[in-house]
Design a protein around this ligand. Structure first.
Ligand SMILES: N[C@@H](CCC(=O)N[C@@H](CS)C(=O)NCC(=O)O)C(=O)O
Length: 238
């Protein structure tokens, strides 16, 4: 059994998708980020980074004590190695997936997070400041990342060859926030996004989260996760 410390955010959905795709038994441990409990490592299975996702594997492959893993990219790699799935074994194939996984971790996640912040939160948190420079900068970078992804998907069905942890890492962010200029110029991304959203394991991951009691009213904090198809409303973003 694996505990997944969970808040409804793209970095955490990556892991829920992987657990569903790999058919690994897990349970969701809800974390209310608005209460700050995640800053206490005792509440996060010893992880002291103050962030979710975190997992605890109670049945690690080495047969040892329960093992805590933080950072979504490291968690995806761990789960792929544990299950033997979605990460090629050959050197080039594996490196290709890892390159795109690192690309997601270093670009899509951080830049998407900042773009979202200056779109959704800065105007509420600091209405007295002119956030337009930061807003423009991060959305320009966000579009550039969509461009790279669209180019890559122009001759690949999935990001790094076969469907892999690189796709699982990237999909939740791409499904979360679109470029400011719209999606018309990104037909390859849209085709890929639809294909991933249609996967039963992906839908199960989002549905399980939607059915979880997080101890607060998600209608109040909610946004639409798959805005292009109006699916699965009421999910918190922090
Ligand atoms: N690089 C980390 C980022 C994790 C992250 O930023 N998690 C957010 C939710 S998406 C979080 O826990 N935020 C709480 C906070 O910063 O207080 C990963 O990919 O795991």
């Amino acid at each position: 059994m694996i505990d997944l410390y969970f808040a409804t955010s793209p970095n955490v959905y990556k892991v829920a998708i992987a657990l569903e795709e790999m058919a690994l038994p897990y349970r969701i441990v809800p974390v209310d980020l608005s209460q700050g409990v995640h800053r206490d490592s005792a509440q996060l299975a010893g992880a002291n980074t103050g962030k979710v996702p975190v997992i605890v594997d109670h049945d690690p492959p080495d047969g040892g004590a329960p093992f805590t893993v933080f950072e979504s990219g490291a968690i995806l790699q761990y789960l792929a190695e544990k299950s033997g799935l979605f990460l090629p074994k050959d050197l080039r194939g594996r490196s290709t997936v890892m390159q795109w996984l690192f690309w997601q971790m270093g670009g899509i996640g951080p830049i998407g997070g900042q773009a979202w912040h200056f779109f959704a939160f800065a105007p509420k948190i600091a209405p007295e400041f002119d956030n337009s420079y930061a807003f423009d900068r991060y959305f320009k970078m966000w579009s550039a990342l969509w461009r790279v992804l669209d180019d890559q998907l122009s001759d690949h069905a999935y990001i790094a060859g076969d469907y892999s942890v690189a796709d699982m890492a990237t999909f939740p962010w791409i499904s979360y926030l679109e470029p400011r200029e719209g999606t018309e110029a990104y037909s390859n991304v849209l085709r890929w996004r639809d294909a991933i959203a249609a996967r039963p394991a992906v839908r199960r991951a989002y549905e399980k989260a939607a059915a979880t009691d997080f101890g607060y009213d998600r209608n109040e904090k909610g946004v639409t996760l798959f805005p292009w198809e109006g699916l699965l409303q009421n999910v918190i973003v922090t």
